[in-house]
Write a protein that binds this ligand. Structure first.
Ligand code: TTP
Ligand code: MG
Length: 414
């Protein structure tokens, strides 16, 4: 005899998951640093001439219909009086690190999703810190105080999916809690586009079947959905529409190092140091770009060379001051190459450079000279990153890379 399958219970014991998402992040940081922007429509990423793509817009600009990923030309039409800013990625990374550090004060189970949002599993923190809503209020308050005024929106629920939907419902400065057991009714009135994985195409198909709200989806059986959408997506729709999501919060393991290497298209004799250093610069450029994007600094550098007889030499060196900019990486790597690797009589086949002992804290002690040079180089790097964000990776190269085409065959991150 078979009894009807009971509704699948949420995981036991119930978990308390928070999804925290900063409001209009890049734009909010710009307003924070320049209060005269408050109340004006601020658009990040595009130019007033209509070049590029919008990264984000503040809530004033959103009223005019401007949003992320919109071509700037369209944003200019919708909001001609908008303040268009290029964006300062180094600064956003700095604020992001500050915010992520606050998350870690509440629980070690922090899973960052992007520069301004993360899942936190606070189940184990409740005994010590209080109910999830209290923890959420504390987080919002600390973020505001320690950043000097930024707001975040928080969703609280028994799983990741519901927490993420919840954090988005009352933006900006929102706090939405979905008590365990109320997931299904919380989702019912929302449109199906809220369901993770439902893009414009599947939304169209769902709409054509008369499914507009999650409630309509909840009325379909699992078998019906599987028959229409296939096993995987059908089950996915069935489960998520009922608010069932077993995924754990997976704290990102700290990466210990980032490196780039390239196999050269032709062997370069060790004596041709200018050519070798040009290859090194292009590797450092790639490394600088990646490390900049991840918002980390390296406390050690390593060099790797392989020659025609497959003999590999590696040299590592710890650094007094952590580094993260292309120019700094290049200067340090070149010094190690010049002083610690003997290339005489060898023909280079492979060259690699890496940064190790990574730290995420951007507050680094420097002497005055270093700080000044760092500031200048950071400006250069930020401009390069902005142009690359806008026009692609190869839109801009440093002058010394353009002199002569170096012969790398491929360059691979590792
Ligand atoms: P989001 O959190 O998606 O957006 P947001 O913080 O600007 O606004 P919201 O209040 O809706 O959360 O993204 C965080 C930052 O990431 C955003 O400020 C800019 C950047 N970003 C892009 O550069 N391109 C994009 O397409 C998106 C979506 C975001
Ligand atoms: Mg955000």
């Amino acid at each position: 005899m078979s009894s009807p399958k009971p509704e699948e219970p949420q995981t036991h014991p119930p978990r308390s998951i928070l999804h925290v998402d900063m409001d209009a992040f890049f734009a909010a940081v710009e307003e924070l640093d320049n209060p005269s922007l408050k109340g004006k429509p601020v658009i990040i990423g595009g130019t007033p001439e209509g070049h590029g793509v919008v990264s984000t817009a503040n809530y004033v600009a959103r009223k005019f219909g401007v949003h992320s990923a919109m071509p700037a030309a369209q944003a200019v039409k919708l909001c001609p009086h908008g303040v268009f800013l290029r964006g300062r990625h180094g600064r956003y990374g700095e604020v992001s690190r500050k915010v992520m550090a606050i998350f870690h004060e509440v629980t070690p189970l922090v899973e960052p999703l992007s520069i301004d949002e993360a899942f936190l599993d606070v189940t184990g923190s409740i005994r010590l810190l209080g109910e999830p809503t209290e923890i959420a209020r504390w987080l919002k308050n600390e973020i505001k105080t320690r950043t000097g005024g930024l707001t975040a929106s928080v969703g609280i629920a028994s799983n990741k999916f519901i927490a993420k939907v919840a954090s988005d419902l009352d933006k900006p400065d929102g706090l939405v809690c979905v008590p365990p057991g109320e997931e299904k009714q919380f989702l019912a009135p929302l449109t199906v586009k809220r369901i993770w994985g439902v893009g414009p195409k599947s939304r169209e198909t769902l709409n054509s079947l008369g499914i507009h709200r999650v409630k309509d989806l909840q009325e379909r059986s699992e078998a019906t959905l599987v028959a229409r959408f296939g096993q995987e997506f059908g089950v996915h729709l069935y489960r998520l529409s009922r608010g069932l999501d077993k995924r754990d919060v997976v704290p990102t393991r700290k990466r210990k190092s980032i490196s780039c290497e390239t196999t050269l298209g032709e062997f370069i004799p060790g004596e041709r140091s200018e050519d070798i250093e040009r290859v090194l610069l292009s590797l450092c450029e790639e490394l600088g770009h990646r490390i900049h994007q991840e918002g980390v600094w390296g406390q050690s550098i390593s060099l790797k060379v392989r020659d025609q007889s497959f003999h590999t030499t590696t040299r590592s060196q710890s650094l007094e001051t952590p580094i993260h900019l292309t120019q700094e990486i290049y200067r340090t790597a070149r010094k190690v190459l010049r002083e610690r690797i003997d290339l005489r009589g060898r023909k280079l086949r492979l060259l690699g450079v890496g940064l190790g002992h990574l730290i995420t804290d951007g507050v680094v002690q420097m002497d005055l000279f270093e700080a000044e040079r760092h500031q200048k180089e950071e400006k250069v790097q930020n401009s390069i990153e902005t142009i690359r964000d806008r026009m692609g990776r190869f839109a801009i190269q440093r002058g010394n890379l353009l002199k002569k085409k170096s012969p790398p065959e491929n360059s691979s991150p590792s």
